[in-house]
Design a protein around this ligand. Sequence first.
Ligand code: NAD
Length: 355
Amino acid sequence: MHKITFIPGDGIGPEISNLAKRCLAAMGVQVEWEEVIAGEEAVKRFDTPLPDSTIQSIRKNKVAIKGPITTPVGGGFRSVNVQMRQELGLYACLRPYKSFAGTKSRYRDIDLVVIRENSEDLYAGIEFKQGEEDTRKIIADIQRLKGSEVSPDSAISIKPISRCASERIFRFAFEYAKKNGRRKITAVHKANIMKYTDGLFLGMGREISREYPEIEFEDRIVDNMCMQLILKPERYDVLVLPNLYGDIISDLCAGLVGGLGMSPGANIGDDIALFEPTHGSAPKYKGKNKVNPTAMLLSVVLMLRHLKENAAAERLEKAIQEVIREGKVVTYDLGGSAGTKEMGEEIIKQCEMQN
Ligand code: NAD
């Protein structure tokens, strides 16, 4: 029996995350769910978007699955998703992007893995608001220490990149590549401009790569990487990126495999793993029974592999592949007119048939 923390999420979250539970039940995977909340619902009930009880539940069970959670733009509370990854030490974000026959993508045979550093960079949450006293102090310090002129009406965000977090993410990536038979790691950066931060990240990649001579190592500047992925995605295998570029390139890769509805993810630490789709809460589709449940269900596949439930993982992945290949009961982004629920039911039916 697996004990798993379940966070339904908001927006489209509950529609897709409940299907995750149903798939596991259909395949007879024994799970005791512990349901907790985060986001707006938690603000209403506990006066905080990330209650301690939610963090405690994940710490205790060590495995969690969550639906997407809305982050207010430009104000309101800090991203619960970022906060959760930081508090739980989930330093590696793993996102596989694989072509499925039947999707509307312009590309075939995509097989890429994005490994995003999750704990620092511009996502560290160190920001100074325009016009505040502390911001004026920071601007004065920059002038004093670096002699650089920063407009006094600026807001400031700090980008920390550390030696230890860079080493940790590259080690994670090389170990992942070794265990999963991947051939090459590409470090993605902008070290030509950010010589100290991205330079340190790249330097650690080079250093760790010497311990893994069997895996090819190369690097690309992030803007060039965007173009290369559109022109020749087949040349790449595992991409390792600092937090911000990782977020952006993830969506680009999602576009290569048919969109965000096809893109699963996992946030992994030393002993805790949290599984969630790459996409957000798509508020415009909330309650409309519209979105593709695949990203969520492929995140379940990743979770099953993590739990060493390999047979169930294969079965669910095959069921998803079959439903998309047939193309009869699929959502709008896959060229169909089925709802989330109907596509989910079809996948569950396929899972049962493969028993
Ligand atoms: P989004 O990923 O929610 O949606 C962008 C667009 O992608 C949607 O409008 C839709 O056209 C498409 N899309 C997304 N999921 C889909 C699916 N399953 N099937 C089909 N199409 C799908 O991005 P956004 O609109 O920029 O963000 C909405 C909210 O989600 C924001 O508050 C953001 O902060 C949050 N967010 C949360 C997470 C997370 O919980 N991990 C991740 C990203 C964004």
